[in-house]
Write a protein that binds this ligand. Structure first.
Ligand SMILES: *Cc1c(COP(=O)(O)O)cnc(C)c1O
Length: 378
């Protein structure tokens, strides 16, 4: 059993996929082929924003967004403590200081109360300039954008929506990628929409930022790449990856998103009496980048994890520690936050296999093993 079943996905798409890849090989337009623009247009349309700029990966996408705003040394950017490293790494890489806020146990997403407290603490200290909030759509669920937007407006901060895991989800009927002043996503293979390697994209309605980002992704180009008007990077999406994504986007829209929601709903129905299942609040849909359950304590989590492993079921721990506990951020200023929800989640959480291609038989097996080991009547 695969943790995220990419083999079955390829088997299902093989005919179209092989043809799409071959077309790129035959054209030899490996960089900036026609598929890039076609993909950017389709993604912008799907997300409902004016501009989509594809790039090398989801981490570069975050750096490009921060750079477009001129975020750098002396600036504070607020980041949830419970997320993948990139959400804060990009901030530090741009030269700014990530300041961590706690998350909510129910949704794993940014806690607006903790967020506002740290913003006020940074303001009160008066050393750093608050500039932006990285709001992460973690595990496929959009953050609480009503409340985060209210806070961003109150303190004049940009919202950078890190939707590496949220592509395909919605809030109030609006797609993820449309909530931030700038939003980013990742096409790493295991993300909701993944390619066959690294890839990413930036979304925004702002034409000035979009053109800066288009320039920065190709060495700060001006009229062409040998006319360099700013310092940039080399962060393009390969044409082959765009061709792969065009095939996958069609399947994603036509049935994958529906199928993964059916798989997740079945887990929720069958597991909610024995573990804490992820809650999708009213008004939201999830794209299920992962399905994370919470156990009573670390011991129970580790026992169930070992039992699943013995029986051939792969699992992951997303994430084993809070960002403030990472060696590189150790000793960072916590501004009075305990970040205790994050550290508690890290001890009790377990991600179980989820994908549009998870077979009914494999899912029954996973459910049965978890019920058995937690003492629920299997
Ligand atoms: C995967 C991920 C990223 C980074 O994407 P890459 O394409 O791997 O660079 C950033 N933020 C979050 C929340 C992610 O899950």
């Amino acid at each position: 059993m695969q943790f995220r079943d990419l083999k079955s996905q390829y088997a299902a798409l093989k005919t179209q996929m092989d043809a799409a890849i071959e077309q790129v090989l035959v054209s030899s337009d490996y960089i900036a082929g026609d598929q890039i623009e076609e993909l950017e247009q389709k993604l912008a349309e799907y997300v409902g924003v004016k501009h989509c700029i594809s790039c090398g990966n989801g981490t570069d996408a975050l750096v490009l967004a921060l750079k477009a705003w001129g975020v750098g040394p002396g600036d504070a950017v607020f980041v949830p403590d419970h997320t993948f490293f990139s959400s804060a790494e990009s901030v530090a890489f741009a030269g700014a200081t990530p300041v961590f806020a706690d998350v909510l146990e129910d949704t794993f997403n940014l806690d607006p109360v903790s967020l506002e407290r740290v913003i006020q603490a940074v303001q009160a200290e008066g050393k750093l300039m608050p500039r932006a909030i990285v709001a992460v759509d973690l595990y496929g669920l959009p953050a609480d954008y009503d409340r985060i937007r209210e806070i961003a407006d109150r303190y004049h901060l940009y919202i950078l929506e890190d939707s590496a895991q949220g592509f395909g989800s919605t809030y109030h009927g609006k797609p993820a990628g449309s909530f931030g002043d700038i939003a980013t996503t990742s096409f790493f293979p295991a993300k909701p929409l993944g390619c066959y390697g690294d890839g990413g994209a930036v979304f925004t309605d702002n034409t000035e930022w979009a053109s800066k980002i288009r320039s920065m992704r190709v060495h700060g180009k001006g009229s062409d790449k040998y006319d360099n008007v700013r310092i940039g990077m080399n962060s393009r999406l390969d044409t082959i990856q765009a061709a792969v994504l065009l095939v996958k986007l069609k399947a994603f829209k036509e049935y994958e998103l529906k199928d993964i929601n059916r798989v997740a709903a079945k887990y929720t129905e069958r597991l909610e009496d024995c573990v804490k299942v992820p809650r999708i609040p009213a008004g939201y849909t999830s794209s299920w980048a992962s399905y994370n359950i919470l156990f009573r304590d670390e011991e129970e989590r580790n026992q169930v994890r070992a039992y699943l492993k013995e029986n051939g079921v792969p699992t992951m721990i997303y994430y084993p520690k809070g960002l403030h506990q990472q060696a590189v951020f150790s000793g960072c200023h916590l501004y009075g936050e305990s970040l205790s929800v994050t550290t508690d989640i890290c001890r009790r959480t377990l991600a179980i296999p989820v994908s549009p291609y998870l077979s009914g038989e494999d899912q029954e097996k996973i459910i049965h093993l978890i019920r058995e080991k937690t003492g629920a009547n299997a």
